[in-house]
Write a protein that binds this ligand. Structure first.
Ligand SMILES: Nc1ncnc2c1ncn2[C@@H]1O[C@H](COP(=O)(O)OP(=O)(O)OP(=O)(O)O)[C@@H](O)[C@H]1O
Length: 307
């Protein structure tokens, strides 16, 4: 297996306070790896260590199969990143900012600047200094700067901050296109579950500096099947009937009210009929699909995350 990034027991402490603890993560070539965790979980710190902005207290980082050292400029040149809010030369235009960045990176391809601006949908901005940009436009320019040198590995810290729903969708599509058509590997962080779910191939859940889970979306989709959720006037009797009349064992009572039936062979009609015949009043009954949110709730139930 080719890994673009591998960390081993990666740890960072600030004044004795461990903010990243023994993180072992693996990012495969070409995948979109979503980093999910609440504010303060340690996502930015890990990204800073990967981009050599912060030195680990202990542990190792391997990029493109090579150990990351202080002087690994050749490895950093193969990456593009936005970490925290991107900073620009405010009085200069977007194009000038990108030109300066390319110069700094030793990348000489003027056409790439036009391509990057088109990809992030920044148009009619040739006269405008960046200080007149909206937050969303600055965010797009940050992405343009990260991709302009055609990196193999993109590291994007909360890149959709400040974007409206249309902008979020455009950026999401852009990430998918970069990954599919250009084979670029992407590490993207967010605290928004629904966003990561829509874009990532693999999700790493991080909380309080620890990697709680690293799981492929494929695995989550396989695990999460449909279920029927019902509420009645008597959950105990309902549970009893499910078990003894329909011989269903695969169900769960939630908050002493809702019952989730995970059995796939039982139909909604069959279930309703049996309950009505037994004088149980059905208050609601629906077919539902469990989502990443449910998966997270199950992690939470296992004590993995403090919400
Ligand atoms: N330079 C620093 N000195 C001391 N503590 C720091 C420093 N940088 C980060 N921290 C602490 O490390 C923890 C993790 O912060 P980090 O920014 O990595 O989290 P995050 O998951 O990226 O969250 P956010 O989305 O809010 O940035 C926080 O408790 C933060 O206060």
């Amino acid at each position: 297996m080719t890994y673009i990034l591998r960390t081993t027991q990666l740890t960072k402490s600030y004044m004795g306070n461990e903010v990243v603890s023994n993180v072992n993560m693996k990012i495969k070539k070409g995948e979109i790896y979503g980093f999910l965790g609440p504010n303060g979980a340690g996502k930015t710190t890990i990204m800073k260590m990967i981009t050599n902005l912060v030195k680990p207290t202990s542990g190792e980082i391997e990029l493109f199969g090579e150990k990351l050292m202080n002087q690994s400029y050749h490895l950093l040149g193969r990456m593009g990143s936005i970490i925290e809010n991107p900073i620009f030369y405010d009085k200069l235009t977007a194009r000038k900012n990108l030109e300066l960045h390319c110069e700094y990176m030793g990348f000489h391809n003027k056409q790439a600047i036009d391509e990057a601006l088109v990809l992030v949908h920044l148009k009619n901005i040739d006269e405008k200094p960046v200080k007149d940009f909206s937050l969303g436009m600055k965010q797009r320019l940050g992405i343009a700067r990260a991709i302009v040198t055609k990196p193999e590995f993109l590291i994007l810290d909360e890149p959709i901050n400040g974007l409206d729903p249309v902008g979020i969708k455009e950026i999401r599509d852009l990430f998918k296109m970069l990954s599919k058509e250009y084979g670029i590997t992407i590490l993207v962080s967010s605290h928004i579950l629904g966003e990561i779910e829509k874009v990532a191939d693999t999700i790493a859940v991080i909380n309080q500096g620890k990697l709680i889970e690293e799981v492929t979306m494929e695995h989550i989709r396989e695990k999460n099947s449909e279920y029927i959720e019902l509420a009645t006037n008597d959950y105990k009797k309902t549970a009893y009937l499910l078990e003894h009349q329909l011989k269903i064992v695969n169900f769960r009572v939630i908050d002493n009210y809702f019952i989730r039936v995970y059995e796939s062979d039982v139909s909604l009609g069959e279930l309703s009929k049996m309950l009505i015949l037994n004088d149980v009043v059905i208050e609601s009954i629906h077919k539902k699909e469990s989502s990443l949110e449910d998966y997270f709730l199950s992690l939470l139930n296992r004590g993995g995350i403090s919400a």
